[in-house]
Ligand binder design. Structure first.
Ligand code: SF4
Ligand code: SF4
Length: 432
């Protein structure tokens, strides 16, 4: 015991730290960058011409059912897990709407004074007298407009390749751009401008449907801010946490279904206030039942997570199986045969053989017809040659002279890389 008491014990004093604040900022701006990089790197895009998703230069059609719905189930169950575990933290840590609103607030205060807050509740904006000049207002308006123009470009990346977007930015004529794209872009810019100039957090507090959706999955155990009531006398002359909350909440009285977005700014504020006195703050993040005694972090977190996983795990597993099967059964090519709308005296004699290449790469597919002798039909070409992704229609004409009745023929397609498919056609010839 004597020797134990000789071991020097060093008590770590809490230090002023903005780590949480900067972690949040990094994730917020990282999310906007990520939203840009997803389409720019080809990870995910939407091809409006064929109405398909594009992942890594491969078209995914709605008919790729297992892949589309498997991915959707994985996402949905993952998100439910996230909502029920960390509540509306997405709003505080990732949502571009909140990021832009916070940034617009910061810019307004920087240019027009510390109390220059935009409010849609009818309160007048308090602009610092020496900053109430048209040059500051103009600068604010120009920066907000430039930001709106930049942000409004991001959705375009999901629908157009980079060279087309460059044509759009440099005002070069490009036939691949939709005729109405300039109107659509202008409307986007105006909506974003009005949003970041006037609406800002009003949207988050009263208008955001996605936030309401996330709320629906919150439980008593969801991540929340907890307050050490036993030290409440330290708050008598202080409301620093309240003033640091940009959602205008009192962090000491958070509830399950309030508007708290777990941003942690109040925790940083209180921690830093107390760090000056060498103490810990009164606010902290907590998972598990509210206001109960502090329990070991891992036990609470793992217990809380396992309860949620019981509900979401079956959907995650089904989604995963569908997804894996979707990948295994995914075909680069597609074959279909349609009746051409050409009616002749005694029925249909012409068909369209449609071969599709779902990769944005050159390809060659051979086509043949079985069940008829070569002098009984005329095939436009035995090869479908693609420069890139696309569909090629080959005409198949059944020549006159077939005996009356039902003729079964098989259209076969085969690519050099081993893919093959066939399509059976029942061709009817009536009596003349
Ligand atoms: S910042 Fe901390 S000490 Fe001040 S009111 Fe909030 S909880 Fe109390
Ligand atoms: S109460 Fe705290 S964590 Fe919640 S929104 Fe306000 S500052 Fe952020």
């Amino acid at each position: 015991m004597d020797s134990l008491s000789k071991i020097p014990v060093k008590v770590e004093q809490p230090k002023i730290s903005y780590k949480l604040h900067w972690q949040r900022r990094a994730l917020q701006f990282g999310t906007i960058l990520f939203a840009l990089l997803i389409p720019a790197t080809g990870l995910f895009r939407i091809d409006l011409v064929v109405g398909a998703f594009v992942i890594l230069d491969r078209q995914i059609w709605w008919s790729d059912f297992w892949l589309v719905f498997g991915t959707w189930m994985l996402f949905a169950s993952g998100l439910v897990m996230v909502y029920s575990t960390v509540g509306t933290s997405f709003c505080g840590w990732s949502c571009p709407q909140n990021t832009l609103a916070e940034w617009a607030n910061y810019l307004t205060r920087k240019l027009l004074g510390k109390r220059a807050e935009i409010s849609l509740h009818g309160e007048k904006m308090q602009v610092a007298s020496k900053k109430n000049k048209w040059s500051y207002w103009l600068l604010l308006g120009v920066i907000l407009m430039a930001t709106s123009m930049g942000i409004a470009l991001i959705p375009l990346f999901y629908f157009y390749p980079l060279d087309v977007i460059w044509s759009f930015i440099t005002l070069r004529e490009d036939l691949r751009l939709a005729g109405s794209i300039h109107y659509i872009y202008t409307i986007f810019v105006l909506v974003i401008f009005v949003n970041i100039a006037f609406i800002r957090h009003f949207w988050c507090r009263f208008m955001c449907v996605y936030k309401v959706w996330q709320h629906g999955f919150k439980t008593k155990q969801t991540l929340h801010i907890t307050y050490d009531k036993s030290r409440s006398d330290e708050c008598v002359k202080c409301n620093y946490c309240e003033t640091s909350c940009f959602i205008d909440l009192d962090p000491r009285k958070t509830d399950i279904y309030d508007t708290c977005i777990n941003c942690g700014e109040c925790v940083t504020a209180c921690d830093n206030l107390h760090a000056r006195k060498g103490q810990k703050g009164l606010l902290r993040f907590e998972l598990g039942e509210r206001h109960e005694k502090k329990r070991p972090f891992f036990r609470v977190n793992l217990g809380s997570l396992s309860t949620r996983m019981k509900w979401t795990m079956p959907f995650t597993l089904i989604g995963l199986v569908m997804f894996i099967w979707g990948i295994l059964s995914y075909d680069r090519y597609h074959l279909a045969v349609y009746r051409a709308d050409v009616m002749q005296s005694h029925g249909i004699h012409e068909y369209r053989i449609r071969v599709s290449n779902k990769f944005y790469e050159p390809a060659r597919v051979s086509v043949s017809v079985e069940g008829l002798s070569p002098d009984q039909y005329k095939l436009e070409s035995t090869q479908a040659v693609f420069d890139t992704v696309g569909r090629i229609d080959l005409s198949l004409r059944i020549l006159e002279g077939l005996p009356a009745g039902l003729h079964s023929l098989l259209v076969r397609a085969q690519s050099k890389d081993g893919w093959q498919a066939s399509y059976r056609v029942q061709h009817f010839v009536g009596r003349s």
